[in-house]
Design a protein around this ligand. Sequence first.
Ligand SMILES: Nc1ncnc2c1ncn2[C@@H]1O[C@H](COP(=O)(O)OP(=O)(O)OP(=O)(O)O)[C@@H](O)[C@H]1O
Ligand SMILES: [Mg+2]
Length: 212
Amino acid sequence: MNGPGRLITFEGPEGGGKSTQARLLADSLRARGLEVLTTREPGGTPTGEIIRDLLQNNLSGEPIRDATEALLFCASRAQLCRDVLAPALGRGAWVVLDRFTDSTLAYQGFGRGFDVAALRSLNDFATGDVKPALTLLLDLPVEEGLARAVSRSGKKDRIEQAPLDFHRRLREGYLRLAREEPDRFVVVDAAKPVPDVTADIARVVEARFFAR
Ligand SMILES: Nc1ncnc2c1ncn2[C@@H]1O[C@H](COP(=O)(O)OP(=O)(O)OP(=O)(O)O)[C@@H](O)[C@H]1O
Ligand SMILES: [Mg+2]
């Protein structure tokens, strides 16, 4: 069960600035004197980080099947929810999370074509009662996000190498998820410069949690 803490998740296609903005939001929440934890998916626990490495760097040397990929993401999530998120939220901490359940729906559902309802069940199995209070969808044209991701690392990882229309499907999928849950999702225009995006997010968080 979610305690008095708050879970804020960042979602969106590659290179939208999730990691950048998650760090900045966490800093601004800490400046309010709140206990803030930042973590990421896949990863965030020793088991999860091994799963992350396996997924992103093809450690086994064999192609990872789409079904295997979906389950590995959920396995990382199950460990994170039990060992990190539930305890933190239970003691009243705020958690800023770089990707969560919606990434599975977008990548494995809309991207790879698995049944979205089945993936929701897998997500529920993995998360138990851990639910985001707010999901910030950093939305931008796929070409722009991929170009940013490449300029950051100089190369594409396994998922970034997927064809352009995979990335287009997942952007559209994310926007659909946001339309389905307008109370939880806020779509942020991530094509703007970093400080503008940060300011837009600060306004959303202020209105949602701190306005009186
Ligand atoms: N608003 C922005 N405008 C221009 N460049 C940006 C912006 N936000 C982030 N970047 C740059 O784009 C790259 C990707 O940003 P970041 O790693 O935060 O994105 P991400 O959404 O976490 O990507 P990924 O999905 O690959 O993890 C970084 O080099 C970052 O400095
Ligand atoms: Mg990132």
